[in-house]
Design a protein around this ligand. Structure first.
Ligand code: OSB
Ligand code: MG
Length: 372
């Protein structure tokens, strides 16, 4: 079978309650577990899996698990059942009938890419255009109660081999902890993520970051204000990376054109799926813009999708594609994603996500199932 045409016959939604190993605190709140929705699409005898990465509340973006479920049940799934595609790149356009709601769209779009790879007997990474068998990985460290606790946590991650440390910051937890990290760990690769905790009037405060040699500061200002990021960028030496603001390839082009960011974070969910992520990748590769793959505390399913896209050649910086054990006591894939001492994790080179699912674990965690 070379170029199978696949028809979406059936979609199942599986809901899991997954406690995180450690609470994850950012400038928008503390997360202790994930309310996970997985989609299983069945197309002509093959199955593909996708993960909804929305949070429980509209803090990172306006999408929530609840809102995405409404869109999936009432709009996306009825629209996609019965649809045929001869290449998964056709799906993004087809699903664009549903405006916004990129995380809901990505749940289905990514599952269809996985089904298509499985039908061809190729890896997801290969069909997406991936070229690497291992990707270099960093770790995103939440806000801690004290600087000593932060330093201990980072020491553990560095011992495990993580190639870059990203620290969540907010007013009151920024220059001091970052300075302490520099004092203790020297020139370790370090960046900070503010999740929109600052305003343009904080520019002179943020200029203190310039003395700390961060590889970048991620999303310092409002999610919906790229123009202010362009103004801030002119006042800082530290490169600015955008996350929340970059909701499409078109918006990414605009942000780069006006100088609002020098580095780009790709999140497959935020961008509505793999096709749009590939469009952002193409844009950044053409312009020589450093790119990396972000994360949304995914289970193994979303993690394998992230690793596949991060294996494309233009992903030039370490991503938030950490090992399963950084998040979960036991992941829902077997074997889990593991970190090598050289700071890399393996990109699966064979089999669809279905072949790696731990069905027993899924059953143990399942709190709901729906079939369409
Ligand atoms: O801003 O990158 C972010 C997690 C949830 C929501 C937003 C973000 C994050 C992370 C964690 O930083 C990245 C990971 O999955 O390890
Ligand atoms: Mg971020």
């Amino acid at each position: 079978m070379t170029r199978p045409e696949l028809t979406v016959e059936r979609v199942e939604l599986l809901r899991l309650a997954m406690p995180l190993r450690l609470p994850f605190r950012t400038s928008f709140g503390t997360q202790t577990h994930r309310d996970v929705v997985l989609a299983r699409v069945q197309c002509d005898g093959v199955e593909g899996w996708g993960e909804l990465v929305a949070g429980e509340g509209p803090w990172y973006s306006e999408e929530t698990v609840g809102s995405a479920l409404v869109v999936l049940r009432e709009h996306l799934i009825p629209h996609v059942i019965g649809a045929s595609f001869s290449h998964p790149t056709q799906l993004a356009g087809y699903l664009a009938r549903i405006r916004g709601n990129p995380m809901a769209r990505a749940t289905i779009e990514t599952a269809c890419w996985d089904a298509w790879a499985a039908a061809r007997g190729e890896s997801l990474a290969h069909v997406l255009g991936g070229v690497r068998e291992r990707v270099v990985t960093g770790v995103s460290v939440g806000i801690q109660d004290s600087v000593p606790e932060l330093l201990d946590l980072i020491e553990g991650y560095l011992d495990q081999g993580y190639a870059r440390i990203k620290v969540k910051i907010e007013p009151g937890w920024d220059i001091q902890p970052l300075t302490a990290i520099r004092e203790r760990f020297g020139e370790v690769s370090l960046m900070a993520d503010a999740n929109s905790a600052y305003r343009l009037k904080d520019a002179s405060w943020l200029q203190q970051l310039d003395g700390l040699h961060l590889t970048m500061v991620e999303q310092p200002l409002a999610h919906d204000d790229v123009a202010e990021h362009a103004l801030l960028a002119r006042q800082m030496k530290t490169p600015i990376c955008l996350d929340e603001s970059l909701r499409s390839a078109a918006l990414t082009r605009h942000a780069l054109d006006i100088g609002a960011c020098q580095v780009v974070n790709v999140k497959v969910g935020r961008l509505g799926g793999h096709s749009e992520s590939r469009a952002v990748h193409r844009l950044c590769a053409e312009r020589g813009v450093p790119l990396w793959c972000g994360g949304m505390l995914e289970t193994g399913v979303g993690r394998l999708h992230n690793l596949a896209i991060a294996s494309l050649p233009g992903f030039t910086l370490p991503g938030d594609t950490s090992a399963s054990e950084r998040y979960w006591e036991r992941d829902i894939i077997d074997p889990p994603v593991t970190l090598e001492a050289d700071g890399t994790v393996a990109v699966p080179t064979a089999g669809g996500i279905a072949t790696r699912l731990d069905r027993e674990r899924l059953d143990a965690l399942a709190v709901g199932r729906e079939s369409f």
